[in-house]
Design a binder for this molecule. Structure first.
Ligand SMILES: Nc1ncnc2c1ncn2[C@@H]1O[C@H](COP(=O)(O)OP(=O)(O)OP(=O)(O)O)[C@@H](O)[C@H]1O
Length: 334
């Protein structure tokens, strides 16, 4: 069963210099109980895609789509009140920096209790019981005394566990996690990903994990969407993306997975810089950085080519009339 179905999403931002075409016709779906990863460098449109779905963008944003269907409801037809109701109830969200999302002046318990009071109408002892249950769910030891503490008394990893508890407080069907482990060190990153993987199985919810690091999605995602320049350039099961990647940009991302020994997970950049989304190139947005680019790549945008039921790529190299390419090494499988 499909939980979220997004068809032809286009998001632009009006700024003084013109229109930033942040998302340029993106379609994807998420099944119930499935976890997908949205991967790409900074500025590729990952966050804006999901903020468009949840309607959490600033006033200068314009969102168009053929359909954004969530759990059988067409979200494009819903008003802001409806959207506020599902944000934090049916759709839970966690972001990169738990310190800025938590209020330093309130205890952890109060902050977890707030959405429970608003959305589930629980109060007093029942709400407190639910907070303790949630802290246990995210494996925070000694929850009875921890709920009286303030955010600064928690480590980075523990704060992210609190954010997950808040996101899960109303039993969401979908959890959107935007770079949830980027601010954490490698060991804590792995613990948070393990926790998310366990919770996904336990609660049978869907997860959308947004990250610049393909290594992070490997752990918990069944399917991966690769974005570049506001477009979806490749999509496939994790197996297809890791073992049979077809887009030169995906190869670049795979090569730049940070080593496990690194202290902080930083992307080793692919040479060149992303396109200017105020005036995106006419052809493939990756062509100027692509060592396999042909003339056609500069002129015309590549169409999506299906390679299996689950795998598709938008790259001229995969066109039946393409001369193909010779590649040595890890991804030389064509
Ligand atoms: N409020 C805004 N006004 C103008 N442009 C914006 C705004 N928010 C985002 N953008 C632009 O939209 C594009 C896509 O941004 P987005 O945040 O989705 O990228 P991302 O892939 O999630 O990268 P990051 O990991 O850095 O957030 C970028 O070019 C960004 O500059």
């Amino acid at each position: 069963m499909i939980l979220l179905d997004v068809v032809n999403l286009k998001t632009t931002f009006q700024i003084d210099a013109g229109n930033v075409q942040a998302v340029r016709g993106v379609s994807f779906h998420v099944d119930e109980g499935e976890s997908i990863g949205i991967v790409g460098e900074s500025g590729s449109g990952k966050s804006v895609t999901m903020l468009s779905v949840t309607r959490l963008l600033p006033e200068n944003a314009k969102v168009e789509a053929d359909s954004i269907n969530f759990n059988g409801t067409e979200l494009l037809k819903q008003d802001d009140n409806f959207m506020r109701k599902i944000q934090g109830s049916e759709i839970g969200m966690i972001f990169q920096d738990p310190m800025t999302s938590l209020n330093p002046l309130f205890t952890i318990g109060d902050q977890i209790m707030e959405p429970i009071r608003i959305h589930q109408k629980l109060s007093g002892e029942d709400a407190k019981k639910r907070v303790i249950e949630l802290l246990k769910l995210v494996e925070i030891p000694d929850p009875e005394s921890r709920l009286k503490q303030y955010p600064h008394e928690f480590s980075g990893g523990m704060r992210q566990r609190v954010m997950i508890a808040i996101a899960l407080s109303c039993n969401p069907k979908l959890l959107i996690a935007d770079e949830p482990t980027t601010a954490l060190d490698v060991t804590v990153q792995a613990q948070i990903l393990d926790l998310m993987d366990e919770l996904k199985k336990k609660l049978n919810m869907s997860i959308i994990l947004i990250t610049h690091n393909l290594g992070v999605v490997a752990k918990i995602c069944n399917r991966i969407i690769v974005m570049y320049g506001g477009l979806l350039v490749e999509e496939g099961t994790s197996r297809e993306i890791f073992y049979e990647p077809k887009h030169p940009y995906t190869w670049g991302l795979l090569r730049s997975i940070p080593k496990v020994t690194a202290q902080k997970s930083k992307l080793i950049p692919i040479p060149g810089s992303p396109p200017d989304l105020l005036s995106p190139p006419a052809g493939c947005p990756f062509a100027p950085r692509c060592e396999y680019a042909m003339k056609v790549c500069m002129k015309y945008p590549p169409k999506k080519i299906g390679l299996s039921d689950t795998h598709s790529v938008a790259c001229w190299l995969m066109h039946p009339k393409s001369p193909g390419y010779k590649m040595e090494g890890l991804y030389a499988n064509r």
